[in-house]
Design a protein around this ligand. Structure first.
Ligand code: F6R
Length: 263
């Protein structure tokens, strides 16, 4: 696990640059998109690059991580709507190339199985962006989730409903109780994972993710078993990391390391 401590703006630029490079070498890359506040600077930086003609999504496709159950199509808080406004509509994805689980499907379990198949049929996810919940969830895999889980119907934890009430005019009763979410096993199949966390509200979850024991109580800790994850955090989110200075030193010394080809 690589840990990079930087400003929120630089994090947005660094991740946008990595995605742009991927699209230059693999124009039909499959991206995994998180919704919420954490990736917004990445999406801003990508939209800027796209408007300058530096990156194109014309041959790319994408899958979102999760969706609330029961919100009607077009609801402003539905993740399908949110990702469209925050990112998809600002770049040149072709119509129908960004997929989300359908939280209004008549048969939610069948929809989950179909979503898994759609990801597999696309060849799997090349680059997955993740945020992290204050309770350590990734996607909507709440504490207690199976590390091997696939896309499934989940129940949102009270902490997540409290945290996300800000998107529902502060009304916790308006936050759905259920969701569809890629499972932890689904997420771990991605070929590259980047997790972004900013702000002191994320400090404890980041501490557990990076330095805690792998535990169902903090689902994101399963990423310790994933070989190619980079965790980007700002100073506030890094504030509880015991080894923060060491992570800074590793990052500073990285340019002087021999390239992998030299080993
Ligand atoms: C959203 C998602 C969630 C969020 C997490 C953090 O698609 O998968 O895991 O990444 O709840 O949300 P923000 O970024 O709003 O703090």
């Amino acid at each position: 696990m690589d840990v990079i401590i930087d400003t929120a703006d630089s994090i947005g630029d660094l991740v946008a640059e990595e995605i742009s490079q991927l699209l230059r070498t693999k124009s039909d890359a499959v991206l995994g998109l998180a919704t919420g506040s954490s990736p917004l600077r990445i999406y801003d930086a990508l939209a800027d690059r796209s408007s300058r003609g530096e990156v194109t999504f014309a041959h790319a496709s994408a899958f979102t991580l999760d969706e609330y159950v029961g919100l009607p199509d077009g609801h402003p808080c539905s993740y399908r709507t949110v990702i469209h406004e925050d990112f998809v509509a600002r770049v040149d994805f072709q119509p129908g190339t960004v997929d989300s689980p359908d939280g209004a499907a008549a048969d939610l379990h069948t929809e989950c199985a179909r979503y898994e198949r759609r990801i597999a049929d696309a060849g799997g996810i090349d680059f997955q962006i993740l945020g992290i919940g204050t309770d350590g969830h990734i996607a909507f895999n709440e504490p207690g989730s199976s590390f091997a889980s696939r896309t499934h119907v989940g129940t949102l934890a009270m902490q997540t409903r409290l945290d996300n009430a800000r998107f529902f005019d502060g009304d916790i009763d308006a936050v759905p109780r259920h969701c569809l979410t890629q499972g932890l096993g689904t997420i771990l199949d991605a070929r590259r994972i980047v997790l972004v966390a900013t702000g002191d509200v994320k400090a404890e979850a980041v501490r557990q993710l990076v330095e805690g024991s792998v535990s169902a109580l903090w689902p994101a800790t399963i990423l310790q078993h994933y070989p190619a994850v980079t965790v980007y955090v700002d100073e506030a989110a890094a504030s509880l990391l015991t080894l923060a200075d060491y992570y800074r030193e590793i990052a500073a010394l990285k340019p002087s390391l021999p390239s992998p080809a030299a080993f």
